[in-house]
Design a protein around this ligand. Structure first.
Ligand SMILES: Nc1ncnc2c1ncn2[C@@H]1O[C@H](COP(=O)(O)OP(=O)(O)O)[C@@H](O)[C@H]1O
Ligand SMILES: [Mg+2]
Length: 272
C-alpha cells in the first residue's frame, strides 16, 4: 500500500462568521504518521474534514497526492482516504458489525478477506453478529475503524480513535496503526491521549485558535513539559519517567524505558 502526501497551503475556513482555520500550511509526507494536538475548539476536527473533502476551504489549497480535494466526490475520496469520525455513530448504519465493516470494501469492489482480517485484527470477531448500536460508543468507533481498514486506503484520518477504550482495545488500535505506518500508509490522528501519540505518531502538529503553533518530532514535543502544560496536557508516563531518571535516548514509550533500564544492568543497592 502506497501512502499519499497530504498538503494544506494557506488554508482559511469559517463556519459562517466563526473562523476555524487561519492560514494553515501543513505538509504531511506520504507514509508519515502525524498526530494533531490542541485544545478544544482549536480546529482539529475542521482540519480533518477538509482533508477528507467534507468541507471546502474558503481560501487556500487542500491536496491528497495529486488530487485537489475540493470537487472530488465522496466515493472517489474513499479510495484514498479512510476516516473515523470523532462521533463515529454518524458513520454506522448496518444491522450487524460484520455488515457494517463489509459495506465500504464492497462499494470499492474489494475482496471480503479484508473484512474478516480487519474484524480479527481489532478483536471484533466475536461481535460480528452484534448490532453496532448495542455496543458501547468506544467500541462503535473500533467498528468504524475496522470498516476503514478493510478498504485499505493510502491515508488514514482518525479523530480521537482511542477515547474511552480499555487497554486491550487501545493496544489493538495502536498495533493496527503501526502496521499501516510500516506498510507506508499516511496516518493523521487527532488525540489528547499522549501515550497513544507516543506509540502511533512520529511527528506532532499543534493547533490553537485555528493556527499551527508548533510542529515537532513526537520525541521532542512529548518531553517538553512546558509546551504540554500550555496545552493543559501532562507528560506521557514514559517521558516523565525518562526525564526523572535522566535516561539516555529520550524515551517516550514504556518499552523504550524498559529497554534502557534493562541495558543499564544496574545493581540494586543492598538493603541496609
Ligand atoms: N458546525 C459548526 N458550526 C459552527 N461552528 C463550528 C462548527 N463546528 C465547529 N465549529 C467551531 O469551529 C471551531 C473549531 O472547531 P473544531 O474543528 O471542532 O475544533 P477541535 O476539533 O479542535 O475541538 C470552534 O470554535 C468550534 O466552535
Ligand atoms: Mg474535534
Amino acid at each position: 500500500m502506497t501512502g499519499y502526501e497530504v498538503r494544506l497551503d494557506g488554508v482559511d475556513f469559517a463556519y459562517g462568521a466563526r473562523e476555524a482555520l487561519r492560514d494553515v500550511t501543513l505538509r504531511i509526507e506520504a507514509g508519515e504518521a502525524v498526530a494533531l494536538l490542541g485544545p478544544n475548539g482549536a480546529g482539529k476536527t475542521t482540519l480533518t474534514r477538509l482533508v477528507i473533502g467534507l468541507a471546502r476551504p474558503r481560501a487556500g489549497l487542500v491536496r491528497v497526492g495529486d488530487w485537489e480535494v475540493p470537487g472530488k466526490r465522496p466515493d472517489e475520496m474513499a479510495r484514498r482516504v479512510g476516516y473515523v469520525f470523532q462521533h463515529s455513530d454518524q458513520q454506522l448504519f448496518a444491522r450487524t458489525v460484520a455488515a457494517d465493516v463489509a459495506f465500504g470494501p464492497r462499494q470499492l469492489g474489494r475482496a471480503a478477506d479484508g473484512v474478516r482480517a480487519a474484524l480479527l485484527e481489532l478483536g471484533l470477531e466475536g461481535l460480528a453478529a452484534a448490532h453496532p448500536y448495542d455496543l458501547p460508543a468506544p467500541m462503535r468507533k473500533v467498528v468504524a475503524l475496522a470498516g476503514v481498514l478493510a478498504m485499505e486506503p493510502g491515508v488514514l484520518v482518525l479523530d480521537e480513535p482511542t477515547t474511552g477504550l480499555d487497554r486491550a482495545g487501545r493496544d489493538r488500535v495502536i498495533r493496527a496503526l503501526r502496521r499501516r505506518h510500516e506498510a507506508g500508509v499516511t496516518v493523521l490522528s487527532v488525540s489528547h491521549d499522549l501515550a497513544f501519540v507516543a506509540e502511533a505518531a512520529e511527528r506532532v502538529v499543534v493547533l490553537r485558535d485555528g493556527r499551527v503553533v508548533a510542529d515537532a518530532s513526537a520525541r521532542a514535543l512529548l518531553r517538553d513539559e512546558a509546551a504540554l502544560a500550555a496545552l493543559g496536557l501532562r507528560l506521557p508516563p514514559a517521558a516523565a519517567l525518562g526525564l526523572a531518571l535522566d535516561l539516555p535516548g529520550a524515551p517516550i514509550r514504556m518499552a523504550e524505558c524498559a529497554a534502557v533500564l534493562r541495558g543499564a544492568r544496574w545493581t540494586a543497592p543492598a538493603v541496609q
